[in-house]
Ligand binder design. Structure first.
Ligand code: MSP
Length: 516
């Protein structure tokens, strides 16, 4: 981390994952998105903090452990480890991994509760209503729908049970106007726009106070001074975004850098959990007098060959399986190239194979291979050029605009537009090398051939730096082949030309075609 760069702080989080299940493509997707955004900002000179972790309390987890006849603590420890192992598996650069069973988190949640109580936003009453354990959410009678079996279920399809118990309530209803005002004043607070509208109309319809404690089970953080109750799992879970930054110690440098006005803080979440993040969380923070995140971005859901993914259908896609079949960087590329971040996506082997073969191997990989092979074969890897032509300089200038456009796309979490923009350099490189045919020129004008080849190497350098957040290993491999030092992979060096006398390294194939 670089502490000199005040005002250039970027905080990105994933939801913390429930430990009732093992990691699947949905978890992988959110974590990769956060990783791409954080890596990009790092290359742009930002101080970054990328947080992920596990959500380990609540009735759902307690029930899962019981069903498997496991001791709860051992159960959560094991599954949490499986989520932790996504870091090396997905090549994530997360800065911390928070577990809600850690003492630092418990302290933060109880402190937040205390603030809500001190500010008079908590009262004790009786809860009566429908609870869905799967969603860990409360529903009203009007929310319920009939499923195919004629059974009353939550709008998400989750089974509900009638609950009547003593409960503490958070005065959520007090925050309707304040929230609407915040949305109006901060139109980018929730993205994409469709989700903003969804949340806005939800709040506009009116907010009921929220039950924030449970006394029918004990797997949770106790309510301060009332051990009969545990704190509602969503209040507990949402607090992870600040407990990991050192809260309640607001002087902790991480809290100062990433949870104050100095930071571009961003929660990446799936579309199913926007109400918790865009309504409950900001209201709780307002009630406690704490700063709000700057933005919440909701992505869509992955389907498997058009079908909803579920354990009962047996079509769960695990990260291990697809990575061992296609390779990590191909998957990282595919997931963000296939659909606009924000929309639903469909996972299909045909589509991924097409993208690997047509785009990664034929376009990117092939440009690298044909360029570097000619240099190694005909110039012993050594190029010497006097100067670039006006046309070449013009295009290099254009790649500087491409970089700026990519920064704008990333600021809007438009990962697909960013990849497409960066890909323009690869397309141009292929068209340029086809048109100028250096393989012919080496026989007649070696100097001119060297000029063309170094120019393409410069383009490959730029494209590879720009795409490094998406495919870290593949791009670092390419940059190594063109003899560009790893410690220079950043957006300042992107703009600096390679020396006009330059040696490359041995070349080898980076993207193999997939023959299935
Ligand atoms: N524990 C809560 C989050 C608390 S955050 C303070 C939770 N956990 S979860 O494990 O059920 O889901 C985590 C994320 O995975 C959610 O953002 C959810 O949208 C996402 N996905 C689950 N299945 C998915 C797909 N099939 N496709 C894409 N993402 C999906 O919710």
């Amino acid at each position: 981390m670089n502490n000199n760069q005040e005002n250039k702080n970027f905080y990105v989080t994933t939801p913390i994952y429930y430990v009732n299940d093992n990691p699947h493509i949905g978890h992988m997707y959110t974590s990769l998105a956060a990783d791409i955004l954080s890596r990009f900002k790092k290359l742009d000179g930002y101080n970054t903090f990328f947080l992920t972790g596990t959500d380990e309390h609540g009735q759902k987890i307690e029930k899962s452990a019981k069903e498997k006849n496991k001791d709860i603590k051992e159960f959560v420890d094991t599954i949490s480890e499986n989520f932790k192992s996504l870091t090396p598996l997905l090549n994530l650069q997360n800065d911390d991994f928070i577990r809600t069973t850690e003492p630092r988190h418990k302290e933060a949640v109880q402190d937040l509760w205390q603030k809500l109580q001190d500010n008079d936003f908590i009262y004790l009453d009786k809860y009566q209503g429908w609870y869905a354990i799967r969603d860990e959410a409360y529903y009203t009678q009007e929310d319920l729908i009939l499923n195919d079996n004629g059974q009353k279920v939550a709008p998400t399809g989750a089974e509900v049970e009638w609950k009547e118990e003593e409960s503490y309530f958070f005065k959520l209803s007090h925050f309707q106007d304040k929230l609407l005002q915040h949305y109006n004043n901060n139109p980018n607070f929730i993205a994409p726009k469709g989700r903003f509208n969804e949340v806005y109309s939800f709040v506009k319809r009116g907010l009921k106070d929220l039950s924030i404690s449970r006394s029918s089970f004990s797997w949770g953080i106790p309510v301060p001074r009332d051990n009969k109750h545990v704190i509602y799992v969503w209040l507990d879970a949402l607090t992870n975004y600040i407990s990991a930054l050192g809260y309640p110690n607001i002087h902790n440098p991480n809290y100062q850098n990433f949870w104050t006005n100095n930071s571009e803080s961003l929660h990446i979440v799936g579309k199913d959990i926007i109400i918790f993040h865009c309504v409950y969380w900001p209201a709780l923070l307002m009630a406690a007098g704490l700063p709000l995140p700057k933005k919440i971005f909701a992505h869509g859901w992955w389907l498997n060959n058009g079908q909803k993914i579920s354990k009962s259908l047996g079509n769960v896609i695990t990260p291990q399986k697809i990575i061992s079949t296609y390779g990590l960087d191909s998957i990282r590329y595919f997931l963000f190239k296939e659909v606009n971040f924000g929309n639903d996506g469909n996972f299909s082997d045909e589509e991924i194979i097409k993208r690997i073969n047509n785009e990664l191997a034929n376009e990117y990989g092939n440009l690298v291979q044909r360029t570097l092979s000619i240099i190694n074969k005909n110039f012993l890897g050594q190029l010497q050029v006097t100067k670039y032509s006006a046309e070449q300089m013009n295009y290099l200038e254009k790649t500087n605009n491409i970089l700026e456009n990519c920064k704008n796309h990333i600021n809007m979490q438009n990962i697909l537009a960013y990849i497409n923009e960066a890909w323009e350099i690869i397309k141009y490189g292929n068209a340029y090398i086809d048109k100028s045919a250096p393989w012919n020129l080496i026989k007649t004008n070696k100097e001119e051939a060297a000029n063309i080849l170094l120019f393409i190497v410069e383009l490959l350098k730029r494209a590879s730096i720009l795409l490094n957040p998406v495919m870290p290993n593949a791009t670092e491999n390419i940059l190594q082949q063109i003899n560009f030092p790893k410690n220079k992979i950043n957006f300042c060096e992107y703009k600096n030309l390679l020396p006009l006398t330059h040696n490359i390294n041995q070349n080898s194939i980076v993207f193999n075609k997939f023959i299935g």
